[in-house]
Write a protein that binds this ligand. Structure first.
Ligand SMILES: [Zn+2]
Ligand SMILES: [Zn+2]
Length: 396
């Protein structure tokens, strides 16, 4: 039987059969946000929501992650991944199910991702679709996306070893509601971090000639660092260098000996990514030494570039078009310079990271006002289920 026939009415089916359940789960998770790897209660809620489904369940993956496996025939193993963690933000949405934990909020929609994946597990294990499943689906519930690299830990623990393709959704403000957007190649940037100590020599604020002023050196270094992207990187190659932290001094009339800088570097090209620490160090030390000081760089490579497989991205767009209509499908012209630890899965397995639009007037991700219309949840579940179903089909 043609898969597209079995997909007909999938969203309506999800909405009718599991709609209330996934909204309730989302709200439950939203009320009680957990950070990093400490997603113990969220995992318990997921397990309760999966209870009764014919799944093989592994818990304790990457500490509080879950891998639930649905066996469905001889075909390939497809993975669908959702992240479960929240952010250290004080919620300001005034929603009736707003966070009950001070200083924590699901401001990146991971509560939605988790619920959508639970909805997909229901649709694939017991709905009309289950008869058409030709392979195995792994439902991957991951902790610690917002820093911590839970995705890397899961990959290191072997979650992706037997997987032939993988997909993940991210709710996306700024895109029209219900729009499915993805593209081949880089879709999210690499996010690296640096700390820098600038050293001069301290002295009296009135006698600068007897000191090497770390404040003035730091100011020159910040300015000079901005020329790396503007003067050294090909202007059509995206890169960001932001100094987000600067600190020095204790008193208005003392020239401090040291200054501290902290920053982030975003790139989409792995070669460029690797040259950045060398150039940052060379520019900073050159400037600092020229001013009788020195600079020490401490550079941390963090999440790599999220690179979609061309075939998987195109197939995902095709599945979305078939499910919702071509008017809901978009190939975004540009990637985002934000980062995503789904990148680690995509380094291992071909797949696609997909943005699901929640509207153009919605507050941005990581904002204390971020909220979305829950009508998106059954849509996301249907899309995930359809992606798995399609990816399990034998290649014709
Ligand atoms: Zn986020
Ligand atoms: Zn996120």
């Amino acid at each position: 039987m043609d898969v597209s026939q079995s997909l007909e009415g999938l969203q309506a089916e999800v909405e009718e059969d599991y709609g209330e359940k996934i909204v309730a789960l989302r709200r439950d998770i939203h009320r009680e946000p957990e950070l990093g790897f400490d997603t113990e209660k969220t995992a318990e809620k997921v397990l309760a929501a999966l209870d009764g489904l014919p799944l093989d369940i592994d818990t304790g993956v990457a500490r509080n992650g879950i891998v639930a496996t649905l066996q469905g025939g001889e075909g390939p193993i497809v993975a669908l991944r959702a992240d479960m963690d929240a952010l250290p933000i004080e919620e300001e949405t005034k929603l009736p199910f707003a966070s009950e934990i001070e200083g924590r909020m699901h401001a990146c929609g991971h509560d939605g991702h988790t619920s959508m994946l639970v909805g997909a597990a229901h649709a694939l294990s017991q709905g009309a679709l289950s008869d058409h499943l030709n392979g195995t689906v792994k439902f991957v519930f991951q902790p610690a996306e917002e820093g911590g690299g839970g995705g890397k830990v899961m990959v290191d623990e072997g979650v992706a070893d037997d997987v032939s393709s993988i997909f993940a959704l991210h709710l996306w403000p700024g895109l029209p509601f219900g729009t499915v957007a993805t593209k081949a190649g880089p879709i999210m940037a690499a996010a690296d971090a640096f700390e820098m100590e600038i050293r001069g020599s301290g002295g009296h604020g009135a006698m600068p000639h007897l000191a090497a002023d770390a404040v003035v050196i730091a100011a020159q270094v910040v300015t000079a660092l901005q020329t790396i992207v503007s003067r050294e990187v090909d202007p059509v190659e995206p890169a960001v260098l932001t100094v987000g932290e600067i600190g020095a001094g204790m008193a208005f009339n003392i020239i401090p000996e040291k200054a501290h800088l902290g920053g982030t570097v975003r790139t989409l090209n792995s070669d460029l990514r690797e040259t950045m620490p060398r150039r940052i160090e060379a520019v900073a030390r050159g400037v600092a030494k020229g001013m009788r000081g020195d600079a020490n760089l401490d550079y941390t490579f963090s999440y790599p570039v999220t690179v979609n497989d061309e075939d998987a991205a195109n197939r995902a767009l095709g599945v979305a078009g078939g499910l919702f209509g071509e008017e809901y499908v978009l190939e975004p012209p540009n990637p985002s310079m934000a980062a995503e630890d789904f990148a680690y899965f995509l380094e291992k397995v071909p797949g696609a990271f997909i943005w699901l639009g929640v509207g153009e007037d919605v507050s941005g991700l990581h904002s204390p006002q971020f909220a979305f219309d829950e009508e998106i949840l059954p849509r996301g579940s249907a899309l995930l289920a359809a992606l798995a179903l399609e990816a399990c089909q034998p290649v014709s």
